[in-house]
Design a protein around this ligand. Structure first.
Ligand code: B3K
Ligand code: ZN
Length: 871
């Protein structure tokens, strides 16, 4: 496979101004006719017209009406190249594809009863010959022809311009998209779909028609997404001054989909799981996720579509920015501190480990083999953190000015992350040259902080030292610009006024580090304060300050910053678990620290905290975070230590858990609000602890809640708690009941599968059984994710000492390699921390990776990931 480098970027020799596309769907094949209006790029001397195309049978090619024969062009695996002597030319092609056999779910493919597309990143080349690269932006006219009975609905980007009947029970529809766009934003759908309509009036008074299309059985599941869409449209007007541009905005739900959703111009296509919701079949987390994804894809209309990426190395230009936008949207809609906590948990659980191993890469990578492998936590989530830091450094007003400038200056263009940063520099007058290292250097910086207090002079001194561990291809790192939002707490827990001559902004309480070592002296301090550092997680770094347990408990109680209160408790848990794990390994008697237990009790009983914050504060760090925090991973000891902490918390406070569970029972109908979702989450967690304490009454309560729940959040909480306990008869009874009741609902079946694959005590053999179940379908990514990814995240089971978990997943990767390489390659990442395990598992995981690498006909996707993992 070929490696692509950023440094080799070159503009194409020809632009495409317009494409006229006709897609004729037949039973056994689909014919695609395309006409490209080409224009020579005067910046490039070459006359090579490079057209990407794969998995198509060529029927006819022509240049300016002259048929082309094989001697007229050069062909390689992914493209054909011909010489074009005219500056204005017309290239035509007629090719044949077979969407019904396309299991990669990229290009045009069949999903259940419908046909749909997924073109990002390089799927358009599976539909027709085209310069399939994001800097080529053209207007599209798309005509679809298909059988009228089987495919009554025919959709493409833009506006409907024509439709009508054809012979033999066929019909057609023609769509025109007036906004120039790259091919990755092309979409079309053909199906028998039911539709729900709404409208949105933009603030300039234009009426936009909104339509959601789903398969008929899902017609009752679209209201929430439609409401979310309208909220997102309003928010983008209010927050960024961005209005929607077409007269029509459509969403289509597809059961077979490789990721969450896709922002195709005017025609978003969604994974059914990321759009369909009812209270009875979706839990609160799912509601929040759907609202965020609907918003994310909608926001792309500006950050991604109107202004797009010059090349795929710039992916974070649209993804990092858009994740930042959707995250702020959720914060505004619900609870800001809770949203920040959830984002940081995800970052620490997924991005930090990525940055801490063989898969580490910069937010703007320098090279790739398969671009689909770079839709990563680093590009998305760390990319969003980088945008957030710019927001923090320049402040909200200037950030808005910068984004206005960016959208105005680059509208209709394909640009780079440098262009984005340049706008922020221009409006703020701030030099962000050093800051841009966040885009080019991989790895999570460490910031170590020490303090010193001089009571004679009233001076308090903090010394910050930053460093960044080596990552693949980058040994040495230059220092980063790190915004540290902070405060100093006095003995009563109040923030002291801050006086310092360091680079400290009193309005935002942000101290900016630029050097490897920064000393900051605070004056007029009468007593030694406790520093509260990195409030709101103002930079994606690992900050280390030597707090005592008591100080952490103090911060957990008193910090004015909600995020840091939560983080103080997390540090207590982390320390306790890691300390106990180490003691265990050394054969010492491991004890749960009392500062931790006291803190838990005080949080559980603190009714001044919202239930949602209490849930977050009472939730232990998961294994992804624990594994990432140690030099060498000893699974048995980590598992034992985490369980011991849970057991101590569960049994010691059994009465608290019981009264919380009972006291938080719901009244009235389900409402998806921050307050109600918070209440349900705390009840779910309390029930889980109560059940862990072994109290029979808890099992009875859970069974009762399961059977009488009026919504899927409560029902799922009850079932998950039961699955975490030891009553196997009850587990079987409820699981059987669930399937019987909900087997016809795809979203519920997916949850049924993933609750089992992520349940404690599930083994590789149980997973094999689940894969034999009629509900499983290896060609459906949601099912694969529910069963296999669920199991792989189920650390206790996956890392079972026999190595059976590894074998099972490797086997699955081998099978998926030929079916859906993108999904197969994702699964490889599960093994990427193999080097950090103790010798026994390290050896087993390494040999598993080598087995994968030896798979015959290995796809470039899986090859690249496996090879990187082994490095
Ligand atoms: N842009 C798409 C992701 C495409 C992934 C291609 N492998 C969804 C999103 O980030 O909004
Ligand atoms: Zn996105």
């Amino acid at each position: 496979p070929k490696t692509i480098y950023l440094k080799d970027y070159q503009e194409p020799a020809f632009w495409v101004e317009h494409i006229d596309l006709t897609v004729r769907i037949f039973e056994t094949h689909t014919d695609v006719e395309s006409h490209l209006t080409l224009k020579k790029n005067p910046n490039i001397a070459s006359r090579d017209l490079v057209l990407n195309g794969v998995d198509q049978d060529i029927i006819e090619l022509a240049l300016d009406g002259q048929p082309l024969t094989q001697s007229d062009y050069r062909r390689d695996e992914e493209s054909l190249t011909l010489t074009c002597d005219r500056d204005d030319a017309r290239f035509s092609s007629l090719t044949r594809i077979r969407p019904q056999d396309n299991t990669s779910l990229e290009g045009l493919y069949q999903s259940g009863s419908m046909y749909c597309t997924q073109c990002e990143a390089e799927g358009f080349r599976k539909i027709t010959f085209y310069p399939d690269r994001p800097d080529v932006m053209a207007t599209f006219t798309t005509r679809i022809e298909a059988d009228q009975t089987r495919f009554p609905v025919l959709l493409a980007n833009g506006n409907p311009v024509d439709s009508g009947e054809l012979d033999e029970g066929r019909h057609f529809a023609t769509w025109n998209d007036p906004f120039p766009k790259p091919s990755y934003l092309f979409a079309m759908v053909a199906g028998n779909l039911s539709r729900k309509d709404d409208t949105f009036t933009t603030r300039s008074g234009r009426e936009v028609a909104l339509r959601i299309f789903v398969e008929p059985q899902n017609a009752h599941k679209v209201d929430f997404a439609l409401e979310s869409l309208k909220k997102a449209m309003r928010w983008d007007e209010d927050t960024y001054g961005r209005e929607y541009d077409l007269d029509l905005f459509m969403i289509v739900a597809s059961d077979y989909f490789n990721m969450g959703a896709m922002e195709n111009k005017g025609l978003n296509i969604f994974n059914s799981a990321a759009v369909l919701a009812t209270p009875d079949t979706s839990n609160d987390l799912r509601f929040e996720r759907i609202e965020a994804i609907v918003a994310h894809e909608y926001f792309h209309n500006w950050s991604g579509n109107r202004v797009t990426c010059r090349d795929w190395f710039q992916l974070s230009l649209k993804e990092g920015f858009t994740v930042f936008r959707d995250s702020e949207f959720t914060a505004d809609m619900h609870d800001r501190a809770v949203k920040r906590i959830h984002d940081v948990v995800d970052l620490r659980a997924a991005q930090f480990p990525e940055d801490n191993g063989p898969m580490a890469h910069p937010v703007r990578p320098d090279s790739y083999i398969e671009i689909n492998n770079f839709y990563t936590a680093t590009v998305y989530e760390k990319g969003a953190e980088v945008v957030r830091m710019i927001h923090t450094l320049v402040g909200p007003e200037l950030f808005r000015k910068g984004s206005d400038l960016y959208f105005e200056r680059f509208d209709g263009q394909a640009v780079t992350t440098d262009d984005f940063v340049a706008c922020m520099e221009e409006v703020s007058g701030r030099d962000l040259t050093q800051f841009k290292r966040w885009y080019t250097q991989a790895g999570t910086p460490r910031v170590t902080v020490t303090d010193h207090f001089d009571s004679d002079t009233g001076e308090y001194r903090l010394t910050f030292r930053q460093s960044c561990p080596p990552t693949p291809g980058q040994r040495e790192k230059d220092s980063f610009v790190i915004p540290i939002k902070m405060g100093l707490l006095d003995a009563d827990g109040n923030d002291l006024p801050i006086r310092t001559d360091a680079d400290y902004n009193p309005d935002t309480q942000v101290l900016t580090l630029t050097d490897t070592e920064t000393r900051v002296v605070f004056s007029g301090v009468n007593e030694k304060p406790i520093p509260s550092l990195l409030r709101d997680f103002s930079a994606p770094v690992r900050l280390q300050f030597d707090y005592s347990d008591e100080q952490l408990a103090f911060l957990a109680k008193n910090d004015a910053n909600g995020f840091n209160r939560w983080d103080a408790v997390q540090q207590l848990y982390l320390r306790a678990i890691l300390g106990m794990s180490e003691d265990e390994r050394m054969g010492k008697n491991a004890q749960v620290p009392s500062a931790l237990l006291d803190t838990v009790a005080s949080i559980a009983g603190d009714t001044e905290l919202t239930p949602a914050i209490r849930t977050a504060m009472l939730s232990l760090p998961g294994y992804a975070i624990l594994k990432d925090a140690v030099d060498e991973i000893y699974m048995e000891n980590l598992v034992a230590a985490r369980k011991a902490v849970i057991n101590a918390i569960a049994t010691r406070y059994r009465d608290i858990w019981r009264s919380l569970t009972e006291g938080l029972a719901g009244r009235g109908d389900y409402e998806f609000t921050a307050a109600e979702a918070g209440r349900r989450s705390l009840q779910g967690l309390a029930l889980w602890y109560w059940l862990k304490s072994g109290d029979q009454a808890a099992f009875d309560f859970a069974a009762d809640l399961y059977h009488h729940a009026g919504n899927q959040t409560d029902r799922g909480n009850a079932l998950r708690a039961v699955l975490a306990g030891e009553d196997h008869a009850l587990q079987d009874e409820l699981l059987e009941h669930f399937y019987e009741r909900w087997q016809d609902d795809t979203q519920m079946v997916e949850q049924w599968l993933s609750m089992q694959s992520s349940a404690p005590n599930i083994g590789a053999a149980d997973i094999e059984n689940l894969m034999e179940h009629q509900a499983f379908d290896i060609k459906n990514p949601n099912k694969v994710r529910s069963v296999i990814a669920g199991f792989a995240m189920n650390v206790e089971s996956f890392h079972d000492e026999t190595g059976q978990g590894y074998e099972l997943v490797a086997d699955m990767i081998g099978r998926l390699n030929g079916i859906n390489p993108q999904i197969a390659a994702r699964l490889v990442t599960i093994f990427s921390d193999w080097k950090r395990f103790e010798p026994k598992r390290r050896a087993m995981m390494e040999s598993t990776l080598k087995t994968i690498l030896a798979t015959p006909n290995l796809s470039p996707d899986v090859f690249e990931m496996t090879e990187r993992a082994l490095k």
